[in-house]
Design a protein around this ligand. Structure first.
Ligand SMILES: [Zn+2]
Length: 487
């Protein structure tokens, strides 16, 4: 059988974090009463003229710099013409032949394979459309349109068609999301629609030209990216294997049925009749703006990850997880500033803290325990003031009550018992209470030490210093400290 190659390209739309829309002063917010954030410009009323939002340009330049793209000194707005009820002007202002920037890249690292550099063909600015809403009013089925989103600033990031597997596409998208968030360019949240993804997929016999591409629209959940692409690849492979031809079309990913299906009618394959936007001057990026954007560029996720591996000795997976979310990374760095123990901090943040937060449905930005407080807790463990087990209990209680873990340890008297005389006293009691086990131990069943240790720990509610207990018990059981007095 001929092997079939796969080519995937992603077109990602990210909503910029500007306070106002791309060409007017209407505020940007999620949700809210329909049609309350509109004006003549974003409603496309006759005679209204657009004015480009400088902040949107600044953010798009910052993103371009973050992915190493070449920002063009002069680019051009273009009209993308199509008719749709949620598009009042009958066209969308976008960029076409002269995008803001081109030739960027992102690095992805599929597990067990060498890293790959994925090219970004272009990044351009464009305005969003409104939203059609369908529902019922009394007995009637009605459709309404909400123009609040109309004119909101987006960047479109178009990857080169070089992704080969659904997993690579997923990793690319994950990396892009991390960069968008770290740079503050976009909240990049698929759930609220501030990150949206369309995929172009085609299969071809190896050594032959690429097949017809199918545009899979609406892949709007991270969980389904891989599934939607895998479905579409299988579908196209099966068609080719049957001797059929893949049609050039747009298909919609249906999350409920886990399949892609053709969009109604062929009119979805638009001829957009692009032409330069006559209402706006050329988009000029000055040297000053370039310098400002570069100055605002924070440490990027991959650079931070490499630093955490190099300077803090973290494992690559831990560093990757911590650096892909800016809030999580900031939290972690705060824990390290206090505890000065990066490896312990990584484990406490990624396993214990995130576990507690997940159970409560909280994000890292809502953590009841601050990075500083978790740092203090880690210090207490490192200084042997409390055991790891007690520390976990204190963390859980802190997440529940919102009180500081160190305070909880103090209040409950959970400090570890390291008082030699007290430990000796308790150990003696335990040994004396179990003469048969003592005999068995002395006859050679040395494994019984654990039996005694666990009894001492139970008696002290887990607070005795385990190393001291074991030392003391060994001494008593070996009989070199006066024995039990019952021999
Ligand atoms: Zn407006």
């Amino acid at each position: 059988m001929t092997r079939l190659g796969v080519v995937i390209g992603l077109e990602v739309h990210a909503q910029l974090t500007t306070r106002t829309k791309l060409f007017c002063g209407c505020p940007v917010a999620f949700g809210g009463e329909p049609n309350t954030r509109v004006c003549p410009v974003c409603l496309g009323l006759p005679g209204a003229l657009p004015v480009a939002n400088r902040e949107a340009l600044r953010l798009a330049v910052r993103l371009s710099q973050a992915v190493g793209a070449k920002v063009h000194h002069v680019s051009q707005w273009a009209r993308k013409n199509y008719f749709y009820p949620d598009l009042p002007k009958g066209y969308q202002i976008s960029q076409y032949q002269r995008p803001l920037s081109s030739s960027g890249y992102l690095r992805v690292e599929p597990e067990g394979e060498p890293p790959r550099t994925i090219g970004i063909d272009r990044i351009h600015l464009e305005e969003d459309a409104g939203k059609s809403m369908h529902g019922s009013l009394g007995d009637e089925t009605v459709s309404g349109i909400d123009f609040n989103r109309c004119g909101v600033a987006l960047v479109e990031i178009v990857s080169a068609p070089v992704l080969r597997t659904p997993q690579e596409a997923y990793l690319y998208l994950e990396r892009l999301r991390a960069v968008l968030r770290a740079t503050g360019v976009s909240e990049a949240d698929m759930q609220t629609g501030s990150l949206r993804c369309d995929a172009n997929v085609s299969v071809h016999r190896e050594g032959e030209p690429w097949g017809r591409r199918v545009e899979v629209k609406n892949v709007n959940s991270f969980r389904f990216v891989r599934r939607a692409l895998a479905f579409e690849i299988d579908r196209q492979r099966a068609t080719v294997a049957r001797g059929g031809e893949v049609e050039h079309e747009s298909r919609l990913w249906d999350e409920q049925r886990c399949e892609t299906r053709p969009m109604r009618g062929k009119e979805e394959l638009h001829d957009y009749r692009y032409f330069p936007e006559p209402d706006l001057p050329a988009l000029v990026v000055s040297e000053t703006l370039m310098a400002e954007a570069a100055h605002e560029l924070p440490e990027l996720p991959h650079a931070r990850r490499d630093r955490l591996v190099r300077d803090s000795g973290l494992s690559v997976p831990d560093a990757h997880r911590l650096s892909s979310e800016p809030d999580l990374a900031e939290y972690f760095e705060q824990v390290v500033r206090v505890s000065r123990r990066p490896r312990e901090a990584a484990s406490w943040v990624l396993t214990e803290l995130l576990g507690e937060l997940n159970r409560r449905g909280l994000g890292i930005d809502q953590s009841p325990v601050s990075g500083e407080q978790l740092g203090e807790l880690i210090q207490l463990v490192a200084a042997n003031t409390i055991s790891g087990k007690i520390a976990k209990r204190a963390l859980a209680l802190a997440c529940e009550t919102g009180r500081s873990p160190a305070e909880i340890v103090e209040q409950h008297g959970w400090r570890q018992i390291s008082d030699q005389r007290l430990i000796e006293h308790i150990c003696r009691e335990i040994v004396e209470a179990h003469p048969e086990q003592v005999m068995a131990y002395r006859r050679g069943k040395s494994g019984l030490l654990g039996y005694f240790v666990s009894r001492v720990m139970a008696r002290t509610s887990g607070q005795a210093n385990p190393a001291l207990v074991s030392q003391m018990l060994t001494r008593l059981l070996e009989g070199c400290s006066g024995g039990t007095g019952r021999e």
